[in-house]
Design a protein around this ligand. Structure first.
Ligand code: DGL
Length: 272
């Protein structure tokens, strides 16, 4: 039965766990397989073509080894690079984090001054700019800026402190100057830094994370395609890392919870 198969979720590392959390909270009965490509992270500074190849390889693995019924690209950089190609070639539904996030930020911005922050790869791809401009009122002003350095703090398990605050003040200066009323956290890691980001941009600015919106989009697609899990018990969760699995389990437990303790390893063969 198609609907009994798991949902596949992937990210370059830990950030996609924010999306996994939202999906599991909204759809607790679904089986989920999460893949963190920590052997090849970070994706943000890498060429989009390279990231597209990684995304295709992970998707092939999730389909071949776990027979997933849907793929969630829980990484903004990978979604910017590969959503189009994967959506065109796969027979199962593919959901990225960009469109749900863009939709949500347009909805909450009353002043039509929107900010978007993300990795260098995501911002330079223009994916958010394009998606927001396609759905927002033409008078909407969109300020998009890359925030190199944020991801590295999260991947080290740091989400607060003086250094983060100083970096946030420097990077977010154009967002503050643009006087935005809504700021989209266009990188899966940034919700972990929401406190620092919020303290710089001010409490009047609504912070939007793609994670919850993506979970709603996933729920809608499962319903429309008759793919909702028929089981009434809590779903099985599998967490896989392509890098150092003990580190993945340790930091993952801090960011996500105890389920990460039993994370599994998948090593890419040499040359991939
Ligand atoms: N997950 C990536 C994203 O959302 C950030 C981490 C990375 O650069 O790999 O863009």
């Amino acid at each position: 039965m198609d609907n009994q198969r798991p949902i596949g979720i992937f990210d370059s590392g830990f950030g996609g766990l924010t999306v996994a959390r939202a999906v599991i909270d909204l759809l607790p009965e679904e089986d989920v397989v999460y893949f963190g490509d920590t052997a090849r992270y970070p994706y943000g500074p890498q060429p989009l073509q390279q990231v597209r190849e990684y995304a295709e390889e992970i998707t092939d693995f999730l389909v071949a080894e776990h027979n997933v019924k849907m793929v969630i690209i829980a990484c903004n950089t990978a979604a910017a690079a590969a959503l189009g190609s994967l959506g065109d070639t796969l027979e199962i539904p593919v959901v990225g984090v960009i469109e749900p996030g863009a939709q949500a930020v347009v909805e909450v911005s009353t002043q039509k001054r929107i900010g978007v922050i993300g990795t260098v790869g995501t911002i330079s791809s223009g994916a958010y700019q394009k998606t927001i401009q396609a759905i927002a009122d033409p008078s909407t002003k969109v300020t998009c800026i890359p925030c190199p350095g944020f991801v590295e703090f999260v991947e080290r398990g740091e989400s607060s402190g003086e250094q983060i605050q100083i970096l946030a003040q420097r990077l977010l200066d154009p967002i503050v100057k643009a006087d935005v009323d809504a700021l989209l956290l266009g990188c899966t890691h940034y919700p972990y830094l929401a406190r620092a980001i919020g303290s710089v941009v001010g409490e009047d600015v609504v912070l939007v994370s793609s994670a919850d919106e993506t979970a709603f989009a996933v729920s809608k697609i499962l319903k429309e395609r008759n793919l909702e899990s028929p089981q009434r018990k809590t779903g099985n969760r599998t967490f896989i890392s392509s890098g150092d699995v003990s580190w993945f389990a340790e930091l993952g437990q801090r960011l996500f919870g105890p389920e990460l303790e039993s994370a599994e390893s998948h090593e890419w063969s040499t040359g991939s």
